[in-house]
Write a protein that binds this ligand. Structure first.
Ligand code: MSP
Length: 515
């Protein structure tokens, strides 16, 4: 059985989860569900990033301990995963013992191999990004405050620090990118990372002494580890590192890290360098998606415009939100979020196109045929063409999923949804009832088989709605994987179908959605 380890970034616990966090997690969940249905042994990890100066400062401002802040907000991310029907197999917190052990073991291994040495750091640091910046990357505001390219203010840091010999890894990193063109996606991000590395690397400061909220450096506990070496290690601490676990052996080399574009440098430069230096395998793929703005504006605390995913689930439905986020914007591109756009997609695509397709013929069968799926007669070319398109969907979705092109997979499914709606209009089974009942039977059967395919493939995106559709087709729960798409498991004429119910209600009035 092929394996796949899929990870979200671990979320900082300084803030409540918003739609940007929900996005990465949902995308990972869709990928994890797709691969499970496709026969992979999947492990899907998410969690929270709890150490570092940013968390320590926010806790101080709130007058609580960093651990209390972490406990509260980690729970918020766990709750969000539940609300979003996320199928994660594990949830890691960087304050857990298993993680500290892994961090210290990785550190010791890097040190023993001569990749860490003690020196002095003097340079700029942005607490908001938890990142170091070179003078040349900064701009000064009118007030004279220097800011990073991300807009985060920087402060001058001068302290004793351990360094990782990143400068020595330039050639090996370039060879890694050149030898594995799929290591980073989309291609534009690979080019960005490649040119950053080609421009030369400086050794990286990986410990701090001016605060203590972090994993202590082994043998020198006045230092805590830089929060990014700590955070990145979560991906292997969850697999049992430093123990020689079966998961480290089989799952680790299959890792797909899904992240936002802002944290590509940490994942595609620092992380593989740490791993190569420790003589551990690098992940298989890193994919950086784009960012959502909200009605044209950056989401930010100061604007108070962060969109709450719980509210959207309540108002529009969970599957509707999952679908919208992956459908609206090609994964990898930036996108603008608006409730009006969401209502339009829900009504136009989920309710009118997919929901209606299933609802119309199923209620017709319930009303006119006593709820029994008819036996098909001889198939016409049009029947065969539609069924062939349905049977070909998986082959079109798979390569799209390999490239995390979720919207392409949805489009491949929608070609069949639209084709099936066109088929209904043309074949008009309702009219055939009087004129040619045998032909009507065939048409209804073909539609049922086509919708079975669509619903099986929609499971990763809209798990509850797809399950309801499959329930209504009478497809057994254990016959819903991609292996069951084969004609061996085709719908059986003569089967009694449960009473149909609509799965995708229309959302009131798209304009009212903004109110
Ligand atoms: N803790 C680090 C990640 C460590 S992974 C070893 C971190 N956390 S974060 O909470 O700030 O961000 C987590 C993810 O949310 C990032 O991938 C980031 O890109 C994503 N997003 C935050 N705001 C976003 C949008 N407005 N739109 C899309 N994704 C966004 O970074």
């Amino acid at each position: 059985m092929p394996s796949s380890f899929i990870t979200t970034p671990i979320y900082y616990v300084n803030d409540r989860p918003h739609i940007g966090h929900a996005y990465t997690t949902i995308a990972c969940d869709v990928l994890a569900r797709f691969r499970r249905l496709d026969g992979y042994d999947v492990k899907f990890l998410t969690g929270t990033d709890e150490h570092g100066q940013k968390i320590a400062r926010v806790a101080q401002d709130k007058g609580i301990s960093p651990q209390e802040l972490a406990d509260q907000n980690s729970q918020n991310f766990r709750d969000l995963a539940k609300t979003l029907n996320i199928s994660n197999d594990d949830f890691i917190r960087t304050t857990e013992e298993r993680h500290k052990i892994a961090c210290q073991a990785l550190w010791t291994r890097l040190k023993d191999r001569g990749h860490i040495c003690l020196a002095k750091y003097a340079g700029w640091y942005a607490v908001r990004d938890e990142a170091f910046y070179d003078e040349g990357e900064l701009t000064a505001t009118v007030e004279g405050v220097k800011i990073a390219p991300t807009g985060a203010p920087v402060e001058w840091v001068e302290e004793e620090s351990y360094f990782f010999d990143l400068s020595k890894w330039q050639d090996k990193l370039l060879a890694l990118y050149d030898g594995n063109p799929d290591f980073v996606g989309p291609k534009s991000r690979l080019n960005e990372v490649r040119s950053f590395v080609a421009g030369g690397l400086r050794d990286l400061s990986i410990s701090r002494t001016t605060f203590s909220w972090g994993v202590p450096v082994p043998g020198d506990p006045k230092h805590v580890m830089y929060v990014w070496i700590d955070a990145l290690t979560n991906y292997i601490s969850a697999l049992g590192y430093p123990n020689d676990t079966p998961e480290m052996a089989t799952l680790w080399p299959t890792a797909t890290h899904m992240i936002g574009k802002d944290i590509i440098r940490f994942h595609a430069v620092y992380w593989p360098a740490f791993l190569m230096a420790a003589d551990l395998p690098v992940p298989k793929r890193i994919y950086a998606h784009g960012w959502w703005t909200v009605e044209g504006q950056k989401m930010s605390k100061s604007l108070g415009n962060a969109v709450d995913p719980h509210m959207l689930v309540e108002k529009y439905g969970l599957d509707q939100l999952r679908y919208f986020l992956l459908r609206e914007v090609p994964f990898g591109n930036d996108g603008d979020f608006s409730e009006a756009a969401m209502a339009t997609r829900i009504n136009g695509e989920l309710a009118n196109e997919l929901g209606n397709l299933a609802q119309r013929f199923l209620s017709f069968i319930a009303k006119n045929l006593g709820g029994v799926l008819p036996e098909p007669g001889t198939l016409t070319t049009e029947d065969e063409v539609l069924l062939a398109h349905a049977a070909g969907m998986l082959e079109n979705c798979r390569p799209a999923f390999e490239r995390q092109a979720f919207y392409e997979a949805i489009e491949a499914i929608w070609v069949v949804v639209r084709g099936a709606n066109g088929y209904v209009d043309k074949q008009a089974p309702w009219a055939l009832r009087k004129t040619d009942p045998a032909r009507m039977n065939t048409v209804l059967y073909v539609l049922a088989e086509c919708v079975r395919h669509i619903a099986i493939l929609m499971q990763p995106f809209t798990p509850d709605a797809a399950a309801k559709m499959l329930d209504q087709l009478g497809v057994p729960v254990d016959a819903r994987t991609f292996a069951h798409l084969s004609s061996k498991n085709a719908m059986k004429g003569g089967a009694a179908l449960p009473t149909p119910q609509g799965v995708f209600p229309r959302y009131g009035d798209p304009k009212a959605a903004k109110a």
